[in-house]
Design a protein around this ligand. Structure first.
Ligand code: IP8
Length: 277
């Protein structure tokens, strides 16, 4: 039996939503400029839209539509000078690029029979020196209450000190998990879980995340990524669990794993267990 929580914080009993973040690593080709993985995206959209599932909030990363530009224009660090016109131009380009990916995600969810509605956060969220300082969950609540699936994404946002900076969808997931009293948060990736240090040449999946294990992880090297890679994600998962919501990292390349995890079944991956409150 599924236990529905008192969700959304609207004062009425509503089914608790599941928050799913489709990682940029799985829906785009991270090493090629602005390339979607159409088959993977289609299958994941179909798994999300299977009938009878819980209410969903779908978030997606920027992948090769956002990270290379964010690296090029150094949008995740302090600008060398105030009002730098190159940074502003870069921010505008990256903002437009991530919206191209966003439209593709919406399209697939519509085609799969879902009711997605775009809820970009750039209009209301603010950063302070690259960290989220202001966020409004109300639009998500309202669309969920009306029976829709809010869809948002990692984006370029205004920054009190730097003009603009990057807001990862992982940070949006963290905010929404407690604001909406989510049932669980699922991070969907191109890896089967958080990989621990190599043992005899192989890196095993860490089934249960702890802060000691996460501290021992290397910051990711490889494809351009300004928001912390797998270690940043593992840290976000621990923070979500600390606030009382189960968080998992599962593979988006394994057929059916996402739909099973959405339904609440145990799925192979890395999990951060909700702290008791
Ligand atoms: O891929 C990053 O979002 P993420 C957003 O969810 C940009 O970390 C624009 C690089």
């Amino acid at each position: 039996m599924r236990l529905w929580g008192r969700a959304y914080g609207l004062g009425m009993a509503s089914p608790a939503p599941v928050i799913v973040k489709l990682g940029g690593s799985v829906i785009t080709r991270k090493r090629e400029a602005a390339r979607i993985r159409p088959k993977v995206l289609r299958r994941l959209a179909e798994e999300l839209c299977e009938p009878g599932g819980p209410p969903l909030v779908v978030l997606h990363g920027a992948g090769s539509f956002g990270h290379p530009g964010a690296v090029r224009w150094r949008l995740a660090s302090a600008p060398p000078s105030e009002g730098d016109p190159h940074r502003a131009r870069g921010a505008a380009i990256v903002s437009a690029e991530v919206r191209r990916l966003h439209v593709a995600v919406l399209r697939e969810l519509v085609d799969a029979g879902g009711r997605p509605v775009s809820v970009p956060v750039a209009g209301s969220a603010r950063n302070h020196e690259g960290r989220l300082s202001q966020f409004d969950p109300d639009p998500f609540r309202r669309w969920l209450s009306a029976g829709f699936t809010p869809v948002s994404f990692g984006d370029v946002v205004l920054d009190d000190r730097w003009g603009t900076s990057i807001l990862s969808a992982d940070s949006i997931a963290l905010e929404l998990a407690s604001a909406l009293r989510a049932e669980r948060v699922l991070f969907v990736s191109d890896v089967p879980g958080v990989l621990g240090p190599a043992i005899r040449g192989r890196r095993p999946v860490i089934p249960e995340l702890t802060s000691e294990l996460v501290r021992s992880l290397q910051p990711k090297v490889g494809a351009p990524d300004v928001t912390g890679g797998i270690r940043g994600k593992a840290e976000a998962m621990l923070a979500i669990a600390e606030k009382g919501t189960l968080a998992g990292l599962i593979s988006g390349l394994s057929d059916g794993a996402l739909s099973r995890a959405v339904r609440g079944e145990a799925v192979y991956g890395s999990w951060a267990k909700a702290a008791a409150h």
